[in-house]
Design a protein around this ligand. Structure first.
Ligand code: GN1
Ligand code: MG
Length: 362
C-alpha cells in the first residue's frame, strides 16, 4: 500500500469513507508528523503522535480533551463568537477513542482544521502584544481547571536539574563520538548550571507555584486570522503543571529572536527588546493572578528557557540525534550554537528586560 493510501485508511478510522479526499503534509514541528486532510469539503489536521516521546497516548489525549472542553466552556460563558476557530476540536475515532493505533503500532489523532488561519515564525511588536494577551488568557482560563492536576505527558519536561543530569550523562557516554567536536560549549553550560537552579530553589521556599502551563509557547504555536487577530493557541501536547516563567520564556526565545532558531549566521541573532516589551505588556494585562516572585523573574524565564533549549539541542546532538527531527547531520549543533548566541544576548540585555517588566507592572 502506498503512503497516501495508508494515510487515507487512517483518516477513515475517524471520518466516513469517501473518494473526495486529499491529504498533504503540514507544518514544521520538530516532534509529530502533521497532514492536512480535505474530505467532502471539510478540513482536518491528521497527526502521527510521536509515541517514543509521548509514551502514554490515552492520558495525553485525555489532557487535551480536558483542556479544550474547559476552554470551550469559558469562551461560551464570555459569549464569544466563532468558538470552533478559537479552541481546538478533537475528532473521536469511530470506536469512540480519541486516537487510532495502526497495524505498525503508530498512534494517530484527528482535529478540525481551523479555517483561514496562519502562524508566524517572525512577528512584530504589535503581534507580540496580541500573543502575550493570548497566552496570558490561556493560563488564566486554565487556572480553575476542575479535577486532578493534568497528567505529565513528558515527565520532568521543563525540569532544569533533570535536563542537566541528562546532559552530563550524554557527555560521559559520548555515544555518537561528537564530544571532541564541540569545544567550549560544555564549559559554557556547566558554568551556568548553578544560576539556572533558581526556580527549583524558589519553589522549595514556597515562592514559585506550579500552575497549568502550555509548555511549548513557541511563536508558531499561535494561530492568527486574516486580520492578524489571535484565533487560537495550538500544540497542546505539553499542557501540564509548570512554572509560568517557562511559558513566558519560551515565547521570548522564539518570538523575540532577530534570527532563526537554527541560524547558521550568529550575527543575525539577538533579542528584539520591542518584541519583548510587546509580549510582556499583553501577558501582564491578562495574567492578573501572578505573584511578586513570578513577575520579578519573567525576564529570568527568557534566559532560562533559552539555556534549557541550548542544553536540550546539545544533548540530542551528543546522543546522535534521537529526539528532534533534523535536516542535516550537524543540525542540532547549529541549533545549539544559535541558542547559545541568543542566551548571550539575553544576558547582555537582562537589566533592560527587568526594567521593562518593572515599568509595565506599575
Ligand atoms: C519542540 O513540537 P514543537 O516543534 O512545537 C519541543 C519543544 C522545544 C521545541 C524547540 C515535545 O516543539 O519543547 O522547545 O521543539 N516539543 C517537545 O523548537 O519536546
Ligand atoms: Mg509546534
Amino acid at each position: 500500500m502506498c503512503e497516501i493510501e495508508k494515510l487515507r485508511n487512517i483518516a477513515f478510522q475517524f471520518i466516513p469513507e469517501t473518494k473526495d479526499i486529499e491529504i498533504k503534509p503540514l507544518g514544521a514541528g520538530h516532534i509529530n508528523d502533521s497532514f492536512k486532510v480535505t474530505a467532502d469539503g471539510k478540513e482536518y489536521v491528521l497527526q502521527r503522535i510521536n509515541h517514543a516521546i509521548f509514551k502514554n497516548v490515552p492520558e495525553l489525549q485525555n489532557n487535551i480533551l480536558r483542556v479544550t472542553t474547559h476552554i470551550r466552556r469559558k469562551l461560551q460563558e464570555k459569549g464569544e463568537s466563532e468558538i470552533n476557530r478559537k479552541v481546538l476540536t478533537l475528532v473521536a475515532a469511530k470506536n469512540g477513542a480519541l486516537f487510532h493505533q495502526d497495524a505498525s503500532g503508530n498512534y494517530w489523532r484527528l482535529m478540525d482544521f481551523i479555517a483561514g488561519s496562519k502562524s508566524y515564525d517572525n512577528i512584530n511588536p504589535q503581534l507580540a502584544y496580541r500573543a502575550g494577551l493570548a497566552f496570558g488568557d490561556f493560563q488564566r482560563m486554565l487556572a480553575d481547571l476542575p479535577g486532578a492536576p493534568l497528567f505529565e505527558t513528558i515527565p520532568h519536561f521543563h525540569d532544569m536539574a533533570s535536563r542537566l543530569a541528562d546532559f552530563s550523562e550524554s557527555v560521559k557516554a559520548d555515544r555518537a563520538k561528537r564530544v571532541a567536536k564541540t569545544s567550549g560549549i560544555i564549559g559554557e553550560i556547566e558554568a551556568r548550571a548553578e544560576e539556572f537552579g533558581l526556580p527549583e530553589r524558589l519553589h522549595r521556599e514556597g515562592k514559585l507555584p506550579k500552575r497549568t502551563n502550555h509548555c511549548d509557547t513557541k511563536v508558531n504555536n499561535i494561530l492568527f486570522d486574516e486580520n492578524d487577530k489571535v484565533l487560537c493557541v495550538v500544540d497542546l501536547d505539553t499542557v501540564m503543571p509548570g512554572y509560568v516563567l517557562s511559558d513566558f520564556g519560551d515565547f521570548i526565545r522564539t518570538g523575540a529572536n532577530t534570527g532563526a532558531e537554527d541560524d547558521k549566521n550568529l550575527d543575525n541573532i539577538s533579542v528584539d527588546l520591542a518584541i519583548f516589551e510587546g509580549y510582556a505588556k499583553g501577558y501582564l494585562e491578562k495574567a492578573t493572578f501572578l505573584n511578586e516572585t513570578e513577575i520579578e523573574n519573567l525576564a529570568f524565564g527568557a534566559k532560562l528557557l533559552t539555556y534549557m533549549q541550548t542544553v536540550r539541542f546539545f544533548t540530542d546532538y551528543l546522543n546522535g540525534d534521537t529526539y528532534y527531527k533534523t535536516e542535516y547531520p550537524e543540525h542540532n549543533l547549529v541549533r545549539t550554537k544559535a541558542q547559545f548566541k541568543l542566551l548571550q544576548s539575553l544576558e547582555e540585555n537582562f537589566d533592560k528586560m527587568k526594567s521593562i517588566v518593572a515599568k509595565l507592572k506599575k
